[in-house]
Design a protein around this ligand. Sequence first.
Ligand code: ZN
Length: 364
Amino acid sequence: MTIKVRIPVQLIIEHKAIPHLYKTEIYEWIKDKKVALISGNGKTRAVTQDIIEVISGQASRIQVMSCENNSLDTINELERIVLEDPPEIILGVGGGKSLDVSKVVGTRSNIPVVLFPTAISSDAICSPVAVVKMLNKSTSIGVKMPQGVVIDLDLLASSPPRLMAAGIGDLLSNKSALFDWRLAHNAGKEEMNTFSNLMANNAVDSFLNLINRQEVDSPRMIQGAAESLIMSGIAMSIAGSSRPCSGSEHLISHALDYHCGGKALHGEQVALGVLFTEYLQGKREQVEKVGPIYEKLNLPAHYEDLGYTREEMHRAIRKAPSMRNRYTIFDEFELTDELIDQILDEVYPEQAKNRYQLTGSSAG
Ligand SMILES: [Zn+2]
């Protein structure tokens, strides 16, 4: 038996990808078509303008819709505008939320979507999953894969380092997510797709292999991170869910969002969660080994650096298993308050504090 896997028809990861868009197949898709751009805030608006300049002679109509957040209200409102006089293609431009919103609006109105990430803060840049805020709670929903993804490496090079750190955090989480997936499979709870597993694992490994050879903000590292996040998205598409890239470490991030005020970016919180769950998964040496990697990649290694107190972090761990009905390492542990405290001390030691700064913009 074989399965059909949806991947983007066009994947462009290049320098000057936006100014050179006219050389691509995507430019042909736009010819004489009604195009809608869903744009995030801040710097994204200038990027949206750059895209409009390139496509203005090619499209029959260009409509720009601004996207303030990823709430269900925003999505409903944009969908209403879209359905009034439907565009034939949607271009989603932004760092995170506007990409999610574009995917949801495109899926619900059955219009193909091309994404233009202005930063790589998570694996949502090319995945069949979108995060939507409903009743103050972030929920992941299944969406169609984008038909195309355009990553302009020059644009990424000028994005805030904080967004890059978040993207790498989301990428590193594949390891603990895959461990959890294997656990669920062994416990007879879930099917395991070996090909998806392989891809999500190789996505991280190929990035980790670059670390010893490259400076963190070198163009090759940025490109490597973008490529690996795309591979993660495709691994999810093969699995038909976020399973290969989202396990217990994501549950901790969801609990921080839902129970502790969601003070940091998704990928930053996931990076923090990885340290805890890898410890539970019995990879103590691994946690020690990733310490220098976190330092080199400028990833957050202590909850206080993300604005959380000890009490909040404790609460997030306590609540994490109930955040989603997904079998993980949490199901194989009896976590008492004493044990949580003991692990928190080991995993987030004093010396890991004050190494990460919460500066720079949100993922818009
Ligand atoms: Zn994630």
